[in-house]
Design a binder for this molecule. Structure first.
Ligand SMILES: CC(C)(COP(=O)(O)OP(=O)(O)OC[C@H]1O[C@@H](n2cnc3c(N)ncnc32)[C@H](O)[C@@H]1OP(=O)(O)O)[C@@H](O)C(=O)NCCC(=O)NCCS
Length: 335
């Protein structure tokens, strides 16, 4: 059996910075409300009309990850692509990225687990590597959320939270089973599917997914959320699934060098940190700059840590995420 080592990470965010004050011009909100409830100061949105998409951002993040890993697209055996905001309804963005990278006929697997998407994708890639089927896999989290947000007062509960961006990680097989991904832990609970969702285009009403009025369509494709219920579940499940990972590996909280929580809300991250009794220097947050970029948050965090030279051989990283589904997950990684 092989282990999967992360040999390179990269990210890309659009240049267009949207501050809380910018949003207050579009809706009844304020910098004070947003910062106090979420910690978010600004986020990146694609400029409407600018050539960009979930796959293009993923391409840019992948190029950086490949450069850092000192590999080319020819060396990669497969793509696992997590997103809730694909370029097309179908096919998924994975094949678009596969074509941009000129990967011949190599497989692209699309994965839908929303904010837990990156850890789910890591887990899927890890299984392929463990069995020896693939040696190198490109794992992506990429999101273009801005196109579907309702940026009026009606949608302010969701509209201020999200941002666009992409992150990529390259996994490589290693025979050293003390290194790399030690374990991943995945959960879901579909009874809460309606609590945080975008209902259309979908088939749940028996088929009709095309709507005549643009306005009606816009209403339907905007995300819906019961924020308080999401908050309550996130602060319970993220510590729980982190403890599950530690127990599985006979490790304790003190063994963690760096904890990376999914970036849904700084208040959620702070409560999770408190439950786990982790000191500030071991917890990394960047939601202040990017908002919630869903499947992209964790690889963006990893890439920023890489850039800052903060990832050191032998360190233990714990990643935890929670999101729509509900889905939640954790991963323990020894660098
Ligand atoms: C979204 C969230 C910040 C809202 O905070 P909250 O304290 O639950 O706020 P509420 O939704 O109860 O709204 C409180 C008031 O603020 C208002 N409000 C909502 N959004 C607002 C905004 N952007 N600006 C100003 N006021 C806003 C509401 O209309 C409500 O007004 P009312 O009391 O007059 O009815 C919080 O619930 C949250 O972060 N939840 C988790 C979300 C999440 O992480 N989602 C992604 C999952 S991975």
């Amino acid at each position: 059996m092989f282990n999967s080592k992360i040999i390179g990470v990269g990210h890309f965010v659009p240049e267009n910075i949207v501050t809380n004050d910018d949003l207050s011009k579009l809706m009844d909100t304020s910098d004070e409300w947003i910062q106090e409830r979420t910690g978010i100061k600004e986020r990146r949105f694609y400029t409407p009309g600018e050539k960009g998409s979930t796959a293009i951002m993923a391409f840019k993040a992948s190029k950086l990850a490949m450069k850092r890993a000192k590999v080319t697209a020819d060396d990669i055996d497969a793509i696992v692509f997590a997103t809730l905001s694909p370029d097309y309804y179908f096919p998924g963005s994975g094949v678009l990225l596969q074509e941009m990278l000129k990967m011949g006929t190599k497989p692209a697997i699309d994965l839908r687990a929303q904010c837990s998407g990156f850890i789910y994708a890591l887990s899927v890639a890890d299984q392929f590597i463990k069995t020896g089927m693939y040696k190198k896999i490109l794992v992506i989290g990429s999101e273009t959320q801005s196109v579907a947000l309702d940026l009026t007062t009606r949608g302010r509960g969701m509209g201020v939270l999200f941002g666009d961006g992409a992150g990529a990680a390259i996994l490589e097989a290693t025979e050293d089973n003390t290194k790399g991904i030690l374990s991943t832990h995945l959960h879901s609970q579909g009874e809460f599917a309606d609590v945080l969702c975008v209902r259309e285009p979908g088939t749940n009403k028996g088929g009709k997914v095309i709507y005549e009025g643009q306005h009606e369509m816009y209403d339907l494709i905007s995300p819906q959320m019961d924020g308080k219920l999401v908050f309550k579940n996130a602060i319970t499940r993220m510590p729980e699934v982190t403890m599950e990972a530690l127990a599985k590996n006979n490790l304790t909280i003190e063994d963690i060098d760096m904890f990376l929580p999914h970036q849904a809300n700084l208040r959620i991250s702070q409560m999770v940190q408190r439950f786990l009794k982790l000191p500030d220097e071991k917890v990394f947050n960047n939601i202040q700059k990017y908002g919630n970029t869903t499947a992209a948050t964790l690889p963006i965090l990893l890439s920023e840590l890489w850039e800052e030279g903060r990832i050191k051989e032998g360190q233990l990283f714990a990643l935890a995420a929670f999101g729509s589904g509900f889905t939640w997950a954790s991963a323990l990684i020894r660098w």
